[in-house]
Design a protein around this ligand. Structure first.
Ligand code: SF4
Length: 684
């Protein structure tokens, strides 16, 4: 209970920002959060919090909150009752399904909301509408991880735990600016280094962790497959790889070997833009300590070769015999608080909850019995196909839950053109966003700390998220909104809160979550797979090299350059990412007073050499232009960025990197190449 209103009580919950999943104590008085501290004994953070986790909670009290259902009216919106708005949306769905079939509808779930909301949304689409056109923003970040690691290992998730970050003896960290994007995780790495661990950082930017590195390899944007093939060339030719492990635990070695022989150190180093000696030194060091832990983030995934980049990381760690052991493995860190969970819940077009495949007749039959309907047989569309479908006319109805597509998708102008073309667009959100401008109906939703549920962090840990206050005005939990729509489409669902949805549905239907019930995660969460109620959870997957898919699969991969490379018109590379004080398109952090004061506008980060050439200093305006658009921002001159590279984030509307980014996608995962396009820059 929350005690007397004037007393301060502490409520344990999970941070609403990144995928580290830090455990917080909310200090609550009179129904309001007055302070946040870290839960001292809780995994993974052991009391630590970053600036977002500690100070980034006041967005929920913003006067901008949506408090009533809104229906489009002329150029604006008018307030409506829940019944009117829900009836309108349900009626529109029925009309479009009758005219065009269920596959003319598509939904995008939310990786920030609780698992129970994502479960309910995919159920709405599969059961009440009859389509697998359900996806979420993992598409834009870690879909290559889900696809790539599933192909290599049989499971598409982080293999190890954050606890290993504090204990490992050798780190290989690539495409990850952990200090800013996953700050608490980075503190554990720094502790380990201080205790004698070795650190290798391979990244086009001299990210903060590079300061702590034994070797910093400044590889070129998009050279990952070539660089790793080169490392494996050295490991194989110098007999530094784990032959026993490779023979016992893996398949496909001969094909891998043949392929990496095409990448001698000279060729690989030339593609990556580093010296041959450095490449050899990285390979030899990696092999010198066992196990080494490999950690990556979106620098690996957000490429047209994203899935291949992920599989390359898997290849390297299998060759070294490092998968299946404490302080080893392949560890993607997920960006959003619940992007792991949204995947686990089946908010994906090809899997039901717990990664049971839509195209597997046995899985489908199981869900048909559980849900009491005939389910569609073919996989649904992925987000880029849905968005494109709005202009080609294949998608008439789009439901966007908590996702700001108009800022987050590559090529904003095109994305907005597509959104404007929707016949009917519905949004659930807590704030008006650039995307809700295009909506026909907006439903006001409960935010973090206004509803009970669970998040799954990057380390597969399912933790409780707790309610401390009612949503403002008439705002409602998202699962309730989906349930009310399903009712109007002829489906009466019984579960009536997060716990009932999880305990009675999710954990019944997903074998990897079968042993997780709310009563078991009152304190620390549990890491899936948790197959039974007496199972303690799984810190390390593929134990001792026994892979989920039997043997690990080596993939022979060729390097391919980014789809757009510099030329004489657009001579610089633009790469993108996140900054410490903000989070995604700032719908939350933009409304946190303290955080906005710390950073209030976008910059173009450029090297001192390029700044000198352009004649600009930090704070002076520059114009950055690509084939898609143009932004005017201030320059930030920094040694972090090498000559030839411009680096920007997508946090701000003005100067958002996505006015410039290239809407080209990995052919397997449909993830956009947000890390590489060609731009020109000039003094403004
Ligand atoms: Fe929250 Fe991530 Fe910071 Fe932890 S590291 S406090 S989960 S934003």
């Amino acid at each position: 209970g929350l005690g007397r209103p004037w007393e301060t009580t502490k409520v344990r919950t999970t941070c609403p920002y990144c995928g580290v999943g830090c455990q917080q104590l909310l200090h609550v008085r009179n129904g309001k959060i007055i302070k946040v501290t870290g839960a001292e004994d809780g995994a993974p953070n052991k009391g630590r919090l970053c600036v977002k986790g500690r100070f980034g909670y006041d967005f929920i009290y913003s006067p901008d909150r949506l408090t009533t259902p809104l229906i489009k009216s002329g150029d604006g919106f008018r307030e409506a009752s829940w019944d009117e708005a829900l009836d309108l949306v349900a009626g529109k769905i029925k009309e479009i399904v009758a005219k065009h079939g269920p596959d003319a509808c598509a939904g995008i779930s939310c990786a920030r909301s609780i698992n129970e909301d994502s479960y309910q949304m995919q159920k709405l689409f599969r059961v009440a509408i009859g389509t697998n056109n359900i996806d979420h923003c993992a598409r834009i970040c870690h879909a290559p991880t889900v696809a790539g690691l599933a192909a290599s290992f049989g499971s598409g998730a982080m293999t190890n735990s954050f606890a290993d970050f504090a204990k490992a003896k050798m780190f290989y960290i690539t495409g990850s600016n952990m200090t800013e994007a996953h700050p608490v995780a980075a503190t554990f790495v720094k502790n380990a280094v201080r205790n004698g661990a070795q650190l290798i950082v391979a990244d086009p930017r001299r990210v903060k962790l590079a300061e702590f590195a034994d070797i910093y390899a400044p590889i070129k944007v998009g050279s990952d497959v070539a660089f790793i093939n080169g490392l494996m060339h050295v490991l194989i030719t110098e007999n530094l790889y784990d032959k026993d492990y490779v023979e016992r635990c893996c398949t496909g070695f001969e094909a891998l070997k043949a392929k990496v022989m095409e990448y001698p150190p000279e060729r690989a180093a030339a593609i990556a833009g580093v010296s041959v000696d450095m490449l050899k030194e990285v390979a030899r060091r990696l092999a010198s300590v066992k196990p080494a832990i490999l950690i990556y983030t979106l620098g690996i995934t957000e490429h047209t070769c994203g899935v291949h980049n992920v599989m390359s990381c898997a290849n390297l760690q299998m060759l070294l015999g490092n998968v299946g052991f404490e302080c080893g493995g392949v560890n993607p860190i997920r960006g959003q608080n619940n992007v792991q969970g949204a995947c686990d819940m089946g908010a994906l077009p090809n899997v039901y909850p717990g990664y049971q495949r839509v195209e597997d007749p046995a899985a489908r039959a199981k869900f048909e019995v559980a849900w009491g309907v005939k389910l569609p047989e073919k996989n649904g569309l992925m987000i880029p196909q849905m968005i494109e479908g709005l202009t080609t006319g294949t998608i008439k109805f789009l439901y966007v839950f908590g996702e700001n597509l108009a800022n987050a998708e590559p090529d904003i102008r095109h994305a907005e053109h597509c959104l404007a073309s929707a016949e009917f667009l519905v949004c659930n959100d807590i704030f008006p966003t650039e995307t809700t401008r295009f909506a026909d109906v907006i439903f006001p939703a409960a935010a973090w700390s206004e509803d009970d549920g669970t998040f799954a962090s990057s380390e597969r840990r399912v933790s409780r998220v707790r309610k401390v206050s009612e949503p403002p005005g008439q705002a409602k939990p998202n699962w309730w909104i989906f349930k009310e729509l399903a009712k109007r489409l002829g489906h009466d669902w019984t579960s009536n809160n997060g716990q009932e949805i999880w305990d009675n549905e999710v954990s019944h239907l997903a074998p990897i979550l079968a042993g997780i019930k709310y009563y078991r995660i009152e304190e620390d969460g549990l890491q899936w797979p948790v197959p039974s109620l007496d199972h303690p959870g799984t810190c390390i997957m593929h134990q001792d090299g026994c892979f989920t898919c039997g043997q690990g699969r080596f993939m022979a991969l060729d390097w391919t350059p980014p789809a757009e490379v510099p030329d004489k018109d657009y001579p610089m590379v633009l790469s993108t990412g996140r900054r410490l004080f903000h989070y995604h398109t700032r719908t939350q952090t933009g409304r946190c007073l303290g955080l906005n004061d710390l950073l209030s506008e976008e910059t173009a980060d450029i090297s001192p050499a390029d700044a000198a050439r352009l004649g600009v200093k930090t704070g002076e305006p520059v114009r950055v232009r690509s084939r898609r658009g143009e932004v005017k921002v201030k320059a930030r001159v920094t040694e972090e960025v090498p000559p030839g590279l411009v680096w920007m984030s997508f946090h701000f509307r003005e100067g958002n990197a996505n006015w410039l980014t290239n809407p080209v996608f990995d052919p397997i995962s449909q993830t956009a190449e947000l890390k590489a396009c060609a731009v020109q820059i000039e003094k403004a």
